[in-house]
Design a protein around this ligand. Structure first.
Ligand code: ADP
Length: 295
């Protein structure tokens, strides 16, 4: 698979503040990559650097093998970008802005634009300033996708949208990705969204992305195990336990690389009714990442 993104030793400081510290990352074509991390860790800065909108202090990034600084315009013609708070000409109508934006993209597909406008029930006569937040996001996604970009960057694109609109928005992304084999980078603090669409996930922490995980691998690495005891043991000492919570005579354990040896040890302590409880990506993030167990 060819590489769509290649980042090498990229650092960025704002004044004295080092936001990115030697980031290395490569993303192959056709992958839906989630960039996750706490607020203010530098996700937006990294994504803007890819598009040539921020200049790195050192290091280099390439998109489609083109240097982000030298070929920013060429890159942007092949990328769909939706970011929280992206400004539009509020006085324009939907028809006007779509026409205006289409001029910048040689690959604009008017038939596809029509399909997206219908899918999202966008009224071409409506003025942007009168649109709700949800419709503005749908319009931004239409603008980002109608030129059939090879790479879609969604930076907190679903923040502030209600659940139904978020779902519609993501379904559209998933559908397009599956049909056209696009590469997507999604940055979101909404891990339900990430879980729904991402293949791989990278955690930005202290200015670095230490490792990229597959979403399935992440969810399979950590298990929440519920076990009950007639007599609660004084000590539950097991390898890989990240969290332990006693609820009466029951215990809820979050365990890394749970296996039969754990189960055997729990039984030897008098444990019964051992059940594995489903962990969402959000559970993994909250319970395991804060322990710095995997970053
Ligand atoms: P995230 O997207 O992870 O929330 P950002 O990339 O927006 O993080 O910001 C990372 C840090 O860089 C924050 O502390 C933010 O205040 C700072 N920052 C971002 N852009 C600028 C800028 N243009 N000037 C100064 N500081 C900035």
């Amino acid at each position: 698979m060819s590489e769509v993104i290649s980042i090498q030793n990229l650092s960025k400081t704002f004044g004295k503040k080092q936001v990115l510290n030697n980031v290395n990352l490569s993303i192959s074509a056709g992958v839906v990559y989630a960039l996750v991390g706490k607020n203010g860790v530098g996700k937006t800065t990294l994504l803007r650097t890819l598009l040539g909108l921020e200049i790195p202090t050192s290091g280099e990034s390439k998109v489609f093998d083109l240097n982000s600084q030298k070929y920013d315009w060429k890159i942007r013609q092949r990328v769909g970008y939706v970011a929280e708070g992206l400004q539009m000409y509020e006085w324009m109508t939907i028809r006007e802005i779509l026409w205006f934006v289409s001029r910048f993209y040689p690959t604009w597909d008017f038939e596809y634009e029509k399909q997206l406008v219908e899918k999202f029930s966008l009224d071409r006569k409506a003025k942007i300033k009168h649109l709700s937040r949800g419709f503005k996001s749908k319009l931004l996604l239409t603008m980002a996708m109608a030129h059939r970009p090879q790479l879609l960057i969604l930076d907190e694109a679903t923040s502030g949208l209600d659940v139904a609109v978020r779902r519609e928005f993501l379904e559209c992304v998933v559908e397009t990705v599956e049909k056209e084999g696009h590469t997507v980078i999604i940055s979101s603090h909404l891990l339900q969204d990430v879980e729904r669409i991402a293949d791989s996930i990278g955690f930005l922490h202290n200015g670095k992305i230490e490792k990229t995980y597959s979403v399935d691998e992440l969810k399979n690495t950590f298990r929440k195990v519920q076990v009950s005891f007639d007599v609660y043991p004084e000590n539950i000492e097991l390898e890989g336990v990240l969290h332990q919570q006693q609820l009466g005579r029951e215990c809820m354990l979050t365990i890394r690389d749970y296996n039969q040896l754990h189960e055997k040890a729990l039984r030897e302590m008098g444990g019964k009714d051992i059940r594995i409880v489903h962990m969402s990506l959000e559970d993994v993030f909250v319970e395991c990442l804060t322990e710095e167990a995997i970053i």
